[in-house]
Design a protein around this ligand. Sequence first.
Ligand code: HXC
Length: 514
Amino acid sequence: MSDQLSDLRKKREQALQGGGEARIEAQHKRGQLTARERLSVLLDEGSFQEFGGLAPHNTTDFQMADKRYPGDGVVTGFGKINGRRVAVYAQDFTVLGGSFSEVQANKISRMQDMAMEAGIPMVGLNDSGGARVQEGVRSLAAYGEVFFRNVKASGVVPQVSLIMGPCAGGAVYSPALTDFVIMVAQTSNMFLTGPEIIKSVTGEDVSTEDLGGAWVHNQRSGVAHFEVADDTAALELTKLLLSYLPQNNSEDAPQLITGDDPARLEAELNTLIPDDDNLPYDMRELLGLVFDKGSLLQVSEQYAANAITAFARLDGHSVGVVANQPSVLSGVLDIDSSDKISRFVRLCDAYNVPVITFVDCPGYLPGVQQEYSGVIRHGAKIIYAYSQATVPKLCVVTRKAIGGSYVALSSKQMGNDIAFAWPSAQIAVMGADGAARLLNRRAAAASEDPKQANADFIAEYREKFLNPYRAADLGQIDEVIEPVETRLRLIRALEVLRTKVQTALPKKHGLFPV
Ligand code: HXC
């Protein structure tokens, strides 16, 4: 037995060394942690149980006969984050560039299967040169195994992907199929085809960072949802993010006691909206006053900043927040913000997180480019997502809810359970200037003083339509409230809705506009 024990210990020791000292040093020099160091930051101390740690890679492949790396470039297993179970894998760039092999796929797929059966989230730490070239089609098929399980697990257990190094070629599709993508600035990148191939095909000259760096996917493509400064920040963010989510789709997210008084009244809310309704204000400030202090965590913060999507807490309960941002493009809805909002609403609905929408939106963005690029199809996603979501849905109309934005974001017809409006709310088919152009143009032109006739029309229109009371009279708004009491009213409304019966029509699946 003692020989066998020392043999096992030797093998384990070798596995812990990954690709060897020089490569570990190179990893550290780039400011990155190794796979195992990353797991030790992510998981509660002593909670990690590794599986497949000694799995040998295939040595019969091209140029692989003399290589021996137990575990084959990925560390897989289970651990705990803040006492809650989680399945993890961490690719080890020091071993064959973390390249993705059949053995890697077997290890990751097994972990995915067990996570789905146990109903626990999966966290993948990606740091890999992509499909292992030496394995040929076997490494391609191996990706298929993981993608298939990403899709099976979608909406069943939360899936978080951290991009902590290269993520090239088809490898990008596993993260793209998961719920959240977190990228580390400067040291991570994602692209389908690299700079060299692009140069040879299109002649474009671009650096790796400008092609697929963290800023690209956070600001431009929307592929990533978070950008962080370094590995440790990515791992800490993952812990925070999971705290807003349940373990799986049959549970509720945990209530965390934040110590913030549910009855806190914020006088500042009563003066936050400027008197001139064309002036912007910062919706983030408003949200910060309403939700539990310090609890707002924006998702896709840099992408389509005219809309805000975030997790937050109300009396410790996790909620999803959707809001227009009047200080960016007047909070208008466009293609990118439609994608951002609809994806987030579906995500919240999948994981039983109630959605609270704050509306101040002049409508959908007019423009030839928007129409050509399919603002109709993308805008439809918001309507689809809200209509389909069965979680408790609340809204607060703070100012403009004009035209399509009223219907899509805050109407009872989208299944909104409780709709609040502030006295500053304006719920109408269109703004006063547009209405004047459409309805009063001829009458004004024919009058003795067209300017005055226009002003009179606008004043009358504003009084009649640009307020919340018509909608409230018709039951489309449940209550016009003072801004100061928003927090308390939302907490009470959520209390009532916590046991809401959620039903959906049986069908194979709908045809979500994509
Ligand atoms: C086998 C690989 C590898 C790969 C890297 N390595 N990528 N081995 N298959 N895909 C090995 C290198 O040979 C090297 O081994 C070690 O990992 C470290 O790589 P370096 O190139 O020295 O590191 P670095 O300079 O930091 O560059 C990292 C890199 C580069 C940018 C990721 O390695 C790279 O361009 N790799 C290929 C990326 C790629 O095109 N992958 C295929 C994508 S197609 P030694 O022993 O020399 O140190 C794909 C299809 C999947 O993935 C489709 C699924 C649907």
